[in-house]
Design a protein. Sequence first.
Length: 449
Amino acid sequence: MTTPAVRMTGRQRLVLVLLLGSQFMLAVDFSVLNVALPVIGAGLGFGPADLQWVATAFALPAAGFTLLFGRIADLYGRRRLFLAGMALLGLSSLAGGLATSPGLLLAARVAQGLATAAVTPAALSLLTTSFGEGPLRARALGLNGALMSAGFTSGAILGGLLTDLLSWRWAFFVNVPVALAVVAAAPAVLSESRPAARPRMDLPGAVTVTAGLLALVFGLTRAGEHGFADPLGLLSLLAGALLLVVFWYAERRASAPLVPVSILARSTVRRGNLAGLVAFATETSLVFLMTLYLQKVLGYSPLQTGLAFGVLGLGTILGGTLAPRVLARLGDRGTLVIGFLVQAAATASLALLGADPGWIWLLLAATFVGGVGNMLAIVAFMVTATSGLPDSEQGLATGLATMTQQIGITMGIPVMSAVVVLNGLTTAVLVNAALVLLITLVLRRGAHR
């Protein structure tokens, strides 16, 4: 029975609704344009080789600037950065919907990516500082994870509906009223939080980590399009790795580092972010693999494919609502293990899929169950990666977690694409399941130690 001590206050409920609404909208933005890309290309005159930049122009700043903006939120005010990011998101969405050329659309997508890099860690740190460690934070993060995953799934459905019924431009315009409502309501609902003494910004660390992440994400994106043997992709990956090594050594010497080495040395931060990397890389790439199966093998249309993934969205919502109870019973590490085990078993069963349309029932059942397991792991990842840290470092912790999420989303698809090209769809599904099982074994081994 729930005691009054762990019930949300009325203000906390308002904070939760506002922040979850903004996070859901950001999640929708990741996938809402995927279905509309061919129509956008035809309408604005994108060349076949250039259309992928609609996604890449968003992904690069969204991943590359997340860690920097997470730290800026800690130093200069989380609410301030959240409001600035939401305002930029509304303006860039309006610009994208009104774009009349490829250049204008890509500029709007870059601005949307920057807005996402600012809003996501700021919103998560406002969430974690509004709810202390324990059942309330677990519940808030569970709802946040469920809505974000549902947003990824519903974005494809919404994009198909808007494109078919109205225009691809409404995939941008739909953000504008939501952003306006959030910007109008946030000052009255959210309290500002920032340290009394503001240290100097670590410019060498900021430059090296941002440039390193940009190079890494570009290299992974390039590999997804041209293979891992592509010279430009390889050069970008090597440059990214080198810059991140330089960043590590710069942080060890900095008087006020962007990322204190002591945080990276925490076992919870390392364990949580490793788990999050695998959780996002495997689930987003599995959606890619099942999209290939539904469209290439079963002949589904893009809209039918999006509707089929609605079952996955239901599974993630169930997983997000169950996560606080499982966390209370098993702890963060136990929840990670059980979530990944469920996800691995469900994913492995998809290797049985055949060319007959009747196999759709296996896909629906397996993605639903796998969605439950994946969301248990994602919520446990966020709880683990942000626990044991003071409020003054929550922006940094959530920035690290968001960066992990973005890199996982970016790297999963090119890796699985390479496996499909070399060995086929079934092998790629089994590799995906094996990666989930591997992280489960690593977590269990760490628990025994």
